[in-house]
Design a protein around this ligand. Structure first.
Ligand code: SAH
Length: 213
């Protein structure tokens, strides 16, 4: 669990890369500059941790590409104290970004192996999400709703209704929708039944899976 001068240097380059690709939110860039991404990855990929790429983690899942993490987070416009629900905890990297922004983070993961690993790991780095849940993200987290933001970090074949219903008025849902390729979609809740929809380009994610194995 070491973070060296060399790692910090590579991280600053990554921040520049993400910035060059169009990310402007200073808080998001600072979070990427702070979080030791190499510690979220399996040892075989350590040398690649600061490339702007997705990499395999346990249970056949991936740690998202930093640009994608930054893009989704920027769309959420997180303010300190916001209540944010993440679907797909995975490595916990996106969770850590949300914690850095001062959000109260709830995150759901359906792979028990990842849930356990990340639950132990995040506090070691000083990240304390409000709650990590082992469960099915399609259902959201009714008992903690409404949320100021919901971020889905796996490709959803459709937009799960419960997630729309668990947004506060003014809240935002950021979700990649599609099968093999996903369209990043932002919904802003304008009223009990009114949602504004924005489509923001194509991305590729591992699928949001329905049945637990
Ligand atoms: N945010 C993660 C991205 C991990 S990839 C990171 O930064 O590392 C997507 C994650 O979504 C995987 O860990 C996968 O197991 C999880 N996932 C897939 N379907 C899910 C579901 N229905 N509910 C909750 N998590 C799910």
């Amino acid at each position: 669990m070491k973070d060296t001068f060399k790692h910090r240097g590579m991280r600053q380059k990554l921040v520049q890369t993400v910035k060059d690709k169009g990310i402007t939110d200073q808080n998001v860039l600072e979070a990427i500059g702070k979080i030791p991404r190499h510690l979220f990855m399996d040892s075989g990929f350590l040398d690649h941790a600061y490339q702007d790429k997705a990499f395999p983690i346990a249970a056949d899942q991936t740690i998202s590409q930093p640009y994608t993490v930054a893009f989704q987070t920027e769309l959420l416009r997180v303010e300190k104290g916001n209540k944010i629900l993440e679907i797909g905890t995975g490595s916990g990297y996106q969770t850590a970004v949300l914690c850095e922004l001062g959000a109260q983070v709830y995150s759901i993961e359906r792979q028990n192996e990842l849930f356990k690993k990340t639950s132990k790991f995040l506090p070691k780095l000083g990240y304390r999400p409000k709650k990590l849940i082992f469960g099915d993200g399609y259902k959201g987290l009714k008992e903690e709703a409404p949320f100021d933001g919901i971020i889905v970090t796996a490709g959803a074949p459709f937009v799960p209704k419960p997630l729309m219903g668990q947004l506060a008025i003014g809240g935002k849902l950021v979700i990649p929708v599609g099968d093999s390729v996903q369209t990043m979609t932002l919904f802003i809740r304008k009223g009990p039944k009114e949602f504004e929809k924005h489509e923001l380009g194509e991305f590729r994610f591992v699928p949001l899976l329905e049945d637990k194995n």
